[in-house]
Design a protein around this ligand. Structure first.
Ligand code: KIV
Length: 268
């Protein structure tokens, strides 16, 4: 498997549009970040950690403090992939406070960019953050931070009007300086049109395979999280089962006295 030897930069990511598919995966700690580092182009500290790691029903309780804590951990484990930190629900309100929060990610962590769920927030906020020297990944389509006010997770751009608005939103976000777009839970043909309509990389999740790259939540993709599985998630590993099998072996060996044996003991 190819591995980046040099730090992945935004210029590199932009240069790959139309040439080579980009990969992004989530990580929430140094341990997994280190396993993924350099193999994927981008690592996202998603607020999905609230569901996968904190056992909540949605992402809404993520805080700036939590996200910064996890971003620091990921940055300690990953030195090569491009690191993107999710701005949590409530951290984007007006230009002043949003900028202050975005700056905190740059000041306190080594994240390369912040991700903002951008369906409904004013473009001027993105512009202000970008103009202050912070790279922004704009997340559109199905945005999980809207799951409560929208009454669940709904596939976007099913209707022509909604599709047109989403394509225009992508263009507007590029125009105010977003570096990358994440398009989630969107009809594939619309995600394809978005990809063709902007020069910046478009990373899809549940948006078909005509985008510039893909992102998945690692605990979904590797089978550690099994509360529910969206249609777009492919399980590349049965993580829970494999870990439990190893756990059962450990328990059995402790109970039977097989472990620890001579090899794993200090014998004087
Ligand atoms: O929080 C997250 O992990 C995300 C991805 C689903 C893109 O936003």
């Amino acid at each position: 498997m190819d591995k980046h030897e040099k730090k992945v930069t935004i210029n590199y990511l932009k240069s790959q549009k139309g040439k080579s598919k980009l990969t992004m995966i989530t990580a929430y700690d140094a341990l997994f970040a280190n396993i993924f580092d350099g193999f994927v182009d981008m690592i996202l500290i998603g607020d999905s950690l609230e569901m996968n790691f904190n056992g909540r029903d949605d992402t809404l309780k993520a805080t700036m403090q939590n996200m910064i804590y996890h971003t620091k951990a990921v940055c300690r484990g990953a030195k090569t992939s491009y690191i993107i930190a999710d701005m949590p629900f409530g951290s984007i309100k007006d230009e002043k406070s949003s900028l202050k929060n975005a700056i905190l990610f740059y000041k306190k962590t080594k994240a390369d960019a912040v991700k903002i769920e951008a369906n409904t927030i004013p473009l001027s906020i993105i512009k202000t953050i970008v103009n202050n020297g912070i790279a922004v990944v704009a997340h559109i389509g199905l945005t999980p931070q809207n799951s409560r006010d929208e009454g669940g997770y709904h596939v976007k751009a099913k209707e022509e009007n909604e599709a047109k608005m989403l394509i225009q939103k992508a263009i507007d976000l590029e125009n105010v300086g977003a570096s990358i777009l994440v398009v989630e839970g969107t009809i594939a043909s619309v995600a394809e049109k978005i990809t063709q309509s902007v020069k910046i990389p478009v990373i899809g999740i549940g948006a078909g395979n005509k985008t510039d790259g893909q992102v998945l939540v690692f605990s979904d993709a590797f089978g550690f999280y099994d509360k529910f599985k969206p249609k777009f998630v492919k399980r590349f590993l049965n993580g829970k089962e494999l870990v439990q099998n190893a756990l059962f072996e450990y328990i059995n060996e402790v109970k039977s006295g097989k472990f620890p044996d001579q090899e794993h003991s200090y014998n004087g």
